[in-house]
Design a protein around this ligand. Structure first.
Ligand SMILES: Cc1cc2nc3c(=O)[nH]c(=O)nc-3n(C[C@H](O)[C@H](O)[C@H](O)COP(=O)(O)OP(=O)(O)OC[C@H]3O[C@@H](n4cnc5c(N)ncnc54)[C@H](O)[C@@H]3O)c2cc1C
Length: 405
């Protein structure tokens, strides 16, 4: 019997698994993928506050990006420049492997090629190597993405507002580092098309509401139109679903809880989910450890989406506006308004401010002091996360020979 079974080994599941195992809990980490480097579905743009607050390996984050260029449907450009580098593109395959190595060192049991087909209180049923197996666990964490089967199995809330995104990765050809964001409802209805380049690699993608466009065709048309920014052969294709309805309300009960995309922890406006995945997982690890230690279900009351949703009111409204701007002329007008000082300031705030996901540090501290039994572990400085010595993440990743990654 495991203490915790974590379904899904994206950023949220890996981070949560490591923190729980570091507390001495017996943790199983499952994923249907055979390797963490298969089917990556994120561009991997990290914001400054993430790499400042969490122990990510510096050598797996690309050069810092300061410039954001916004384009109207008629391709009129508006350049925003931050005072310093605010974004870095993660080398996601290496980052995942590095995190898995951290999990291994903490004692996490990694179970790749484990497709979870059912979840019930106290057990997870998986298909592995053509057979059905039951994995018993005192508590279950759903880190299984936007369409979370765990949420359904445990009777927790599920995401309903979803975008679909697809992108290609190409080698950059010395273009200046920048995030190029294209507002065009014909190519990306309800979101943006993008070229994100840090001078070493470039990501070219589109995302939007699934019922309003055909992602592959839109990507092809978009790539043709931005060949001057990121031409060349695709070395990798990525894609996935992005929940943009805001964090869900019911994300925990006595049997399990949700983290990352499964909990809807994504900015409804920017669709950024990497920082929220780490922040919410840190808090989740505290809550799970405290609950298993004390058996007191009141601890779980701290882990509710209502606590976070208030922070997202303005962003959810802005999402409604973007969703409604389905005609290119309306979007053109909106982009023209962005040139006025107040709206330009708002755009700079959205891209460059530190405040996308609520800071969970005060709640972590409150939880720590609430539980005297574990107070020595829980009430330490909650952020930034403790930094463990990092040698070379590539070497570390390569040393994961006992993992089928
Ligand atoms: C195209 C695209 C680009 C994006 N770009 C950015 C960006 O640049 N910056 C940013 O901040 N955010 C970005 N996002 C959002 C961000 O990637 C996600 O919010 C974040 O990766 C979520 O991490 P996660 O661990 O919650 O979920 P995931 O990374 O989706 O991990 C879920 C895991 O669960 C596994 N799983 C699912 N079902 C099962 C099952 N039944 N059994 C076993 N395992 C299962 C999956 O295989 C997967 O490994 C992007 C999203 C997309 C789609």
């Amino acid at each position: 019997m495991y203490d915790v079974a974590i379904v899904g080994s994206g950023l949220a599941g890996l981070h949560c698994a490591r923190l729980l195992a570091a507390r001495g809990l017996r943790v199983a980490l499952l994923d249907r993928k055979a390797s963490l480097t298969d089917g990556i579905h994120t561009t991997g743009i990290f914001v400054r506050k993430t790499w400042e607050d969490f122990p990510l390996p510096d050598e797996q984050l690309g050069p810092a990006i300061r410039d954001v260029v916004l384009y109207s449907p008629a391709r009129r450009a508006l350049r925003l420049a931050a005072a310093r580098g605010e974004f870095r593109i993660g080398r996601m395959a290496w980052l995942y492997l590095w995190l898995l190595e951290q999990c291994s060192r903490a004692g996490v049991e990694w179970m790749p090629s484990s497709n979870v087909v059912a979840v019930e209180p106290g057990r997870v049923i998986v298909e592995r190597r053509g057979k059905r197996e039951t994995i018993a666990a005192r508590y279950i964490v759903g880190a299984d993405g936007a369409r979370s089967p765990v949420a359904g199995g445990l009777g927790l809330d599920r995401n309903t507002e979803l975008l679909v995104g697809v992108e290609e990765v190409v080698a950059a050809r010395g273009e200046a580092p920048a995030l190029h964001c294209f507002f065009d409802p014909r190519l990306a209805p309800g979101y943006i098309a993008w070229v994100a380049t840090d001078g070493q690699e470039a990501h070219v993608g589109v995302a939007g509401y699934r019922d309003r466009f055909e992602p592959t065709l839109a990507l092809r048309a978009f790539r043709d139109s931005v060949a001057h920014l990121a031409g060349g052969r695709a070395v990798e294709r990525r894609g996935g679903t992005i929940p943009v309805g805001g964090i869900l309300r019911r994300i925990a009960n006595r049997h399990g809880l949700l983290v990352g995309d499964a909990a809807g922890a994504v900015s409804p406006l920017t669709a950024g989910g990497l920082d929220p995945a780490l922040r919410l997982s840190s808090f989740a690890a505290d809550v799970v450890a405290a609950y298993l230690d004390s058996g007191d279900a009141r601890v779980l009351g701290a882990y509710t989406g209502d606590r976070f949703r208030a922070r997202f009111v303005a962003r959810r409204w802005m999402r409604r506006v973007i969703r409604a701007a389905s005609h290119p002329l309306v979007m053109e007008l909106g982009c023209a308004l962005l040139r006025t000082p107040p709206l330009r300031a708002l755009a700079e705030h959205v891209f460059f401010s530190r405040g996308s996901f609520p800071d969970v540090a005060p709640w972590r501290t409150a939880l720590g002091s609430q539980l005297s039994a574990r107070s020595s572990q829980l009430s330490g400085p909650p952020a930034p996360e403790s930094r463990e010595p990092i040698a070379d993440s590539r070497a570390a990743a390569q040393s994961t020979s006992r993992f089928a990654v």
